[in-house]
Design a protein around this ligand. Structure first.
Ligand code: NAP
Length: 254
């Protein structure tokens, strides 16, 4: 058993989550890997045990299912070694809003929103939530997916406000297009998209933000002042909301 805290990574069977698992194993952390695909989790766990000697447990779970979310919550609450949660499992669905089925939308929201919030509530130490730049861009045309990721960003920022005094570190990571299998699920050909980041680069950059204890990490954003300006403008509005009267433009003339 490692002397480092253990890390629970959701969506660890492939993509961004698998690279997080690999990086934390090489930093000497024991792991709990969560996803649906048992075969892939087993192969990754065996490789990481061989390469690093850390302890790797597998928790097979479908995070669209209430009972499976509860099982992961229970593991987070009862396993005191787990001090870092990487809330990464997420997906996308094809099509535009009017052509998406209500079943697909419900499953997407359960995975990308409900499971993320419930697991964050059970987390302690450090909570890394994988959001997306799509959550900043309603113009990008991925409306429900983007809305789930806007939720993850807000949740992270709110938890940072609520939990930092208790010593809990919360990080939102906002990747842009990154080369993983998610593109197969979204029905888009990733090779037609400009500026796709390789997954190793994305996770290594996100971990630089983690080590700096950033609350929001946007690896593809080269001009950091753009985010700072947006955030400062948003915060500047807040005191002005305390008004008993509507703004002049909403006063009826009659
Ligand atoms: P990915 O390659 O498709 O991997 C998604 C992971 O989530 C897999 O391990 C998958 O494992 C797991 N997962 C999917 N449905 C699940 C379910 N119902 N229950 C439990 N686990 C489930 O996608 P990725 O790109 O690495 O995505 C990881 C995160 O990054 C997501 O939150 C995504 O929204 C976000 N993101 C990705 C990009 C991008 O361009 N790639 C950009 C911005 C944000 P199983 O299939 O084995 O369950």
């Amino acid at each position: 058993m490692s002397s480092e805290s253990a890390v629970l990574v959701t969506g660890a069977s492939t993509g961004i989550g698998a690279v997080y698992a690999e990086r934390f194993a090489h930093r000497g952390h024991d792991l709990v890997l969560v996803a649906r695909n048992h075969e892939r989790l087993t192969a990754l766990a065996e490789r990481l045990r061989d390469e690093t000697g850390v302890q790797v447990d597998i928790l097979q779970a479908d995070l669209t299912q209430d009972s499976d979310i509860a099982a992961v919550e229970q593991r987070l609450r009862e396993d005191a070694r787990i001090r870092i949660l990487v809330n990464n499992a997420g997906t996308s669905i094809p099509g535009d809003f009017l052509h998406q089925s209500s079943d697909d939308i419900t499953r997407l929201i359960t995975l990308n929103v409900t499971s993320v919030a419930r697991l964050a509530e059970a987390g302690e130490g450090a909570i890394v939530n994988i959001a997306s730049v799509v959550g900043l861009g309603p113009e990008m045309g991925l409306t429900v997916y983007g809305a789930t990721k806007a939720f993850v960003l807000f949740l992270s920022q709110g938890l940072d406000v609520e939990l930092s005094a208790k010593g809990v570190y919360v990080q939102a990571v906002l990747p842009a297009a990154t080369r993983t299998e998610i593109w197969q699920h979204s029905g888009k050909d990733v090779d037609t998209i400009p500026g796709v980041m390789e997954v190793d680069k994305l996770v290594d950059a996100a971990l630089v933000g983690f080590d700096r204890r950033e609350s929001v990490t946007i690896p593809p954003l080269h001009d950091e002042t753009q985010w700072q300006t947006l955030n400062a403008t948003r915060q500047a509005m807040l005191p002005g909301f305390a008004q008993s009267e509507p703004a002049a433009r909403y006063l009826s003339r009659s």
